[in-house]
Design a protein around this ligand. Structure first.
Ligand code: ADP
Ligand code: MG
Length: 390
């Protein structure tokens, strides 16, 4: 099976540093890493002041960085074309493509009042790009953490919060991709062997221990390799529907909407969108309770209901995601659902370890049978937050 390995952090950091030195002819000053993520449950709830429950992956982006004295910014990636510019021109409209995510972070840190110098940057990643596993936030956070180190800023909790805000601004304002903030938050605040319950109304984030291994379970992520594009209209249209529903109900956000209120909405599409959000937030709470009680069987119906809600009410699934989910459940997963923003991307399944190969094979066979491109799988090992390496 095509399988994406997370790799060894020390080796990956060494690779990033070596490629930096090859490209720029001098050693990197620091190497930082930031993880990608997979969301256990809670989709399109972040911008509705709701709850999400992501897990940081062992798959991460490694940024090797050194400051420059001439105000020049040079960005290299093993995955993309080189980019260069100057530190005074990194804001909205000034940078296109992948570089916007990295340059945007430097711009946002400068906007926060930091004296950001020119920089050479080399990024190397094991997070699949555009698979709904948040390579964008991993890129932003790795560059931000490295930039903080170059600036001599210690990565305290308040600084982590500032980094989250800077990375959200980079993605929204410079890359032009709307984001609710889940991806940057989990990358900066994850705790190992835990999911992170993020409450977008209170701003609180609470680790939820996830002792899957002791129950003989694994988290299998299947990247359908169908490209989603958050910059396209689907995500924005869902946000608009949610805002319309909240306005019609007279609540500040759908977090404050009730099932009865949702049922009273007259526009059929807006009613379905709101129903997804309200029921999905309740499913996050139910999942946290199930995990707390080690009641893994309860996760199956919750994942099934979440997937159906995204497919039918929120309309963000696609045939590949539906097939990945049904094939996983039919071949032994306790539960499976699409994860991430939708319109392609990945599914997540809770799978007994001894069924892992069987589930992967069943999904591969189902995809081949349907004439879909072969998917790519990875095992999500709940990992810690972004930081310096070495
Ligand atoms: P996701 O975050 O789910 O992977 P996005 O569409 O939000 O999907 O972000 C993917 C984009 O982020 C890529 O198309 C690319 O522009 C940029 N990106 C992420 N990681 C890297 C990387 N290591 N090198 C270059 N560009 C990257
Ligand atoms: Mg992203």
């Amino acid at each position: 099976m095509p399988h994406v390995d997370a790799g060894d952090p020390a080796e990956l950091a060494a690779t990033a540093a070596a490629r930096f030195e090859d490209a720029f002819g001098r050693p990197a000053a620091v190497v930082a890493q930031a993880p990608g993520r997979v969301n256990l449950i809670g989709e399109h709830t972040d911008y509705n002041a709701g709850l999400v429950l992501p897990v940081a992956l062992a798959h991460a982006t490694y940024a090797a960085v050194a400051p420059r004295t001439d105000g020049v910014v040079r960005l290299l990636s093993s995955e993309a074309e080189p980019w260069s510019g100057t530190v005074d021109k990194l804001g909205p409209g000034a940078v296109e493509g992948w570089a916007a995510y990295a340059a945007g972070v430097l711009w946002a840190l400068a906007q926060q009042g930091h004296d950001v110098p020119g920089m050479d940057v080399f990024v190397h990643s094991t997070v699949p790009l555009g698979a709904g596993l948040s390579s964008s936030a991993a890129l932003e956070c790795s560059v931000a953490v490295a930039a903080c180190a170059v600036l001599g800023i210690e990565l305290s909790r308040p600084v982590r919060d500032e980094v989250i805000a800077a990375c959200i601004r980079a993605e929204t304002e410079v890359a032009g991709a709307p984001t609710g903030g889940m991806d940057q938050t989990i990358s900066m605040l994850a705790a190992a062997d835990a999911a992170l319950l993020i409450d977008f109304e209170s701003g609180a984030s609470t680790p939820v221990p996830l002792p899957l291994a002791e129950a003989g379970l694994r988290l299998l992520v299947t990247d359908t390799r169908v490209q989603h594009a958050l910059v396209d209209g689907g995500y924005a249209a869902r946000r608009t529907d949610c805002e319309e529903a909240a306005a019609a109900l007279g609540v500040p956000s759908l977090r404050r909407a009730t099932a009865d209120g949702v049922a009273s909405l007259t526009d059929e599409r807006v009613r379905r969108r709101a129903r997804h959000v309200v029921t999905e937030i309740a499913r996050v709470t139910a999942t946290v309770d199930a995990v707390g009680a080690r009641d893994w069987q309860a996760v199956g119906p919750l994942f099934a209901a979440s997937h159906a809600s995204m497919r039918d009410d929120f309309e963000i699934s696609c045939p590949e995601l539906d097939l990945a989910v049904s094939a996983a459940v039919e071949s032994g997963a306790l539960g499976a659902r699409m994860t991430g923003g939708g319109f392609g991307g990945s599914s997540i399944a809770v799978v007994p370890e001894h069924r892992l190969d069987a589930v992967v094979a069943a999904v591969d066979i189902a995809f081949a049978g349907a004439g879909f491109r072969a998917p790519q799988h990875l095992v999500a090992a709940p990992s810690g937050a972004a930081g310096l390496v070495g």
